[in-house]
Design a binder for this molecule. Structure first.
Ligand code: G3P
Ligand code: MG
Length: 248
C-alpha cells in the first residue's frame, strides 16, 4: 500500500510547523515559501516580543540556536533581531535569511497565499499579557482579505485575552497531555480546538472531543503512518515539519 492510498487529512488541514522546517530554516519567509511550494495552505509560526515591544517570529526565548547572534529577545530590539542571519545555521544556501517581524510575515503570507496559525509564546521579559495580545491584534489586522488566521498557545491566559479582543478567531489550546480539568479550561477561554502532541492522540480522546464538538489537530508529526487510524475517528488536522508527506 502506498502512502497516497492511506486515509489522511483534508488538504487545507496540513499546517507547516514553523513553515516547512524540514527543508528550510524554521520561522523564516524561506520556510513559509517552501510550505507553499509543497502545497500547504497553512503555516504554524511562533511569535514573541522584542525588547522594544515588536512581535518577531521565533520559537526560542533567545536568538542563539537559530541565528548568527546571541542574546535573549528581552535584550534585543526588533531592529537588532532583524539584522541577524537566520539561515546559515540551517544551511549556507539560506545565508541572509532573517528573523521576520510578524508584520512583515503577514505581508509575505498574503503574497504566498498562505493562512497562519499564530502561536503566542510568553516569555519572562514580556511586560504584560495585554501588551502581548494587543501587539498580535495590531499585526494580524494588516492581513490580506484572503489570509485566514487562527491563534494557538500553551498559555490558556493568552488565548483567553486574545479571544476577548478577537472573538471570531479560532482559538486552539496546545497540550502535550490532556489535563484532568480540560473541559473547564477550554470553556474558560473559550476554545473550540485542541492541538495535541501526536503521541497523546487516541481514538478515545477523539471520541470524547467529538461528543463535545471540540476539534483536534496533532503536532508535530512527520510520518503519516502514525496518524493513519485517527482520520476516520475524527482527527481534524496535522502540524508537520514536512507538509509534502501528508499532501502526496
Ligand atoms: O503548534 C504545535 C507546536 O508548534 C508546539 O510546539 O514548541 O514547536 O512551538 P513548539
Ligand atoms: Mg509552535
Amino acid at each position: 500500500m502506498t502512502i497516497s492510498s492511506l486515509p489522511g487529512p483534508k488538504r487545507d488541514e496540513v499546517q507547516a510547523h514553523r513553515g516547512a522546517s524540514a527543508v528550510a530554516p524554521e520561522n523564516t519567509v524561506a520556510a513559509f515559501r517552501a510550505a507553499a511550494e509543497q502545497g500547504a495552505q497553512w503555516v504554524e509560526l511562533d511569535v514573541a516580543l522584542s525588547a522594544d515591544g515588536q512581535l518577531v517570529v521565533i520559537h526560542d526565548g533567545s536568538v542563539d540556536r537559530t541565528s548568527s547572534g546571541t542574546g535573549s529577545l528581552g535584550a534585543l530590539t526588533r531592529e537588532q533581531i532583524g539584522a541577524l542571519d537566520a539561515g546559515t545555521w540551517f544551511d549556507p544556501r539560506f545565508a541572509g535569511e532573517c528573523i521576520p517581524s510578524l508584520a512583515e510575515t503577514i505581508v509575505a503570507l498574503g503574497e504566498l497565499g498562505l493562512n497562519a496559525n499564530v502561536e503566542i509564546k510568553q516569555h519572562a521579559h514580556h511586560q504584560s499579557l495585554d501588551q502581548l495580545v494587543r501587539a498580535v491584534q495590531a499585526d494580524i489586522a494588516k492581513r490580506s482579505s484572503s489570509t485566514r488566521i487562527m491563534i494557538s498557545s500553551f498559555d490558556a491566559a493568552a488565548l483567553k485575552a486574545m479571544h476577548a479582543l478577537e472573538p471570531e478567531l479560532e482559538m486552539a489550546m496546545l497540550w502535550g497531555q490532556v489535563p484532568e480539568d480540560w473541559e473547564q479550561q477550554l470553556a474558560a477561554i473559550p476554545a473550540t480546538t485542541i492541538h495535541m502532541h501526536y503521541k497523546a492522540v487516541s481514538i478515545g480522546l477523539l471520541e470524547q472531543m467529538r461528543e463535545r464538538g471540540i476539534k483536534v489537530r496533532a503536532w508535530t508529526c512527520n510520518d503519516p503512518v502514525q496518524l493513519v487510524s485517527f482520520w476516520d475517528a475524527g482527527l481534524t488536522g496535522v502540524i508537520t515539519d514536512n507538509p509534502k508527506v501528508f499532501l502526496e
